[in-house]
Design a protein. Structure first.
Length: 252
């Protein structure tokens, strides 16, 4: 029996990597899907086909979620094509991998806009649609860099810390509307995004050797956690950050 039948979910950055896994998981549980992408339409179309094979509706929208005008256009399309929204997954992420002393203003603004500011303004537009349906769920995707100082992770780590803080504020403010807000924070996941890290191999080897569970976190692990937070079973989990890391953060 599916858990999300009749629901509509927006996944930002939903065409590849973790976002794709989340989109496929929610679709497999009965949800119709809106996939937001920014640059490359082909992966979005490929993911759309996989979702439609499941018998679910899937609409794809190109938008830079760090731009408020583009967010407005995104939600106009959602209203026109899907009629409403029950689930928002703020997954789209970007950022410049540099030590703090080399970060420029443009790097900071770009990273914070997409990784943190987007959640606030996506939520502001999603909430009225969720209220019309009696409630909903908002899940943001964070990382362990929000609480640990990782190499070359200054901009992204700071943006993820802001994301988790905003998750708490939104959680406290929206719970009475039956809109449940939480975050999922993962250890390093070997997706295409990891290729942008100059120390990728070092990160992978460290993740495997230090993780008590004996393996890296997969996109599917993150997707399973997101799915849980979108179900009725998670209704009393409010404003929390659920860490999915196989025990990595428990080891000094």
């Amino acid at each position: 029996m599916t858990t999300l039948t009749g629901k509509t979910a927006l996944i930002t950055g939903g065409s590849r990597g973790i976002g794709k896994s989340i989109a496929l998981k929610l679709a497999s549980e009965g949800a119709d899907i809106v996939i937001n992408f920014f640059r490359n339409r082909k992966p979005a179309e490929e993911t759309q086909k996989l979702i439609e094979i499941m018998g679910r509706k899937c609409h794809i929208v190109k938008a830079n979620v760090g731009d408020l005008d583009k967010i407005d256009q995104l939600f106009e399309e959602i209203k026109e094509t899907m009629g409403g929204l029950d689930i928002l997954v703020s997954n789209a992420a970007s950022g410049v991998q540099l030590p703090a002393m080399e970060v420029e203003e443009k790097h900071w603004d770009w990273t914070l806009n997409i990784n943190a500011k987007a959640l606030l303004f996506l939520a502001q537009r999603a909430v009225p649609l969720m209220e019309q349906r009696g409630g909903g769920a908002i899940v943001s995707i964070s990382s362990l860099g929000s609480r640990f100082a990782l190499k070359n992770y200054t901009c992204v780590g700071t943006s993820k810390a802001a994301l988790e803080s905003l998750t708490r504020y939104l959680g406290a403010e929206l719970a009475h509307k039956n809109i449940i807000v939480n975050a999922v924070s993962g250890a390093a996941v070997d997706t295409d995004a990891l290729t942008h890290f100059p120390n990728r191999e070092e990160m992978i080897n460290d993740a495997i050797s230090r993780t008590p569970a004996g393996r890296m976190v997969t996109p599917e692990d993150i997707a399973d956690a997101v799915h849980f937070l979108c179900t009725e079973q998670a209704k009393m989990i409010v404003g929390q950050t659920l860490i999915i890391d196989g025990g990595y953060s428990l080891i000094n």
